[in-house]
Design a protein around this ligand. Sequence first.
Ligand code: KG4
Ligand code: ZN
Length: 335
Amino acid sequence: MGLETSCDETSASVIVDGRKILSNVISSQIPVHQKYGGVVPELASRRHVENVLPVIDHALAEAGVTIAELDAVGVTYGPGLVGALLVGVAAAKALAFAAKIPLLGVHHLEGHIFAALLTHPELEPPFVSLVVSGGHTSLVHVRDYSSFQLLGQTRDDAAGEAFDKVARLLGLPYPGGPHVEALAATGDSQAIHFPRSFTSEDSFEFSFSGVKSAVINYLHTASQRKEAVNAADVAASFQFAVVDVLAQKALRAVRQCGCLKLVLAGGVAANGALRRELQQRCDTENVRLYYPDIILCTDNAAMIGCRAYYQMQAGDIADLSLNAIPSLPLGGKLK
Ligand code: KG4
Ligand code: ZN
């Protein structure tokens, strides 16, 4: 069983042999946080407390298995909101103790990366992964099932965070990514040139606060001049600026690592413009692109169960002292 409570989704999943999903129940709190324009940590923790046991029961029932039939339980223990993580960690420890099964502590981003393994049964490391979510933007070289090398990450805003902030500026609901994408579909991505940051040859670091500020300035100037703004053009041009940088760096990382496989992961991996741009560039360079089904891109417990399965194979098992680590570094797992 996989459990995920790091942010605003309470999720439990039963999977077999690491790759076959029997159930993947996701209880989203989006309606709770929408009116605040972002996740309110204390509200998230309380909802997880209310939801975690019903969600576990639901996942077991849908899979048609009992607690006694579980072989192990894996749980996200970082990074994420501490109060939210603690709920999943406590539930997983209770389950492991009561059922006398191994407990596995999973890194949230490693879970996102492994989501692609659920959609592509033939996919195996080594590969490069571009992890783009609401909290993270990272390029990771996955050398084998237990070796992750962080090549670079964002210095400020994550890509999803930038989508959410720009959505707010355009008066769109939270979470903004899908709404910006929908609006962008009717706009011209070449209408406005927004800046790209850190595109130098040797850097795998990202920065998205510049493009966000450029959107703020653009809207502010237009409002001062009392000029009408074409919101669809703003959305499309912003999205293109983000996608362009992500695609350039991802392909450069693949070339440097020489593994010709790119795995897209995280909530922003659901973005069609990003998928199309990466596909085009991968086709040109003979690189195979993998991405998870849309439902496995955003937070879910199946990806945590998949990652936990491979940790179990490697003997990377936790004990009941496992604690939530809100800023758990991927580099901490560097082997
Ligand atoms: O991975 P995730 O569910 O949560 C984190 O671990 O952060 O990612 C959520 C993020 C949000 O910022 C959301 O706006 C973004 O993923 N997102 C998208 C799309 N769908 C979700 N961003 C751009 N285009 C999308 N279609
Ligand atoms: Zn996530």
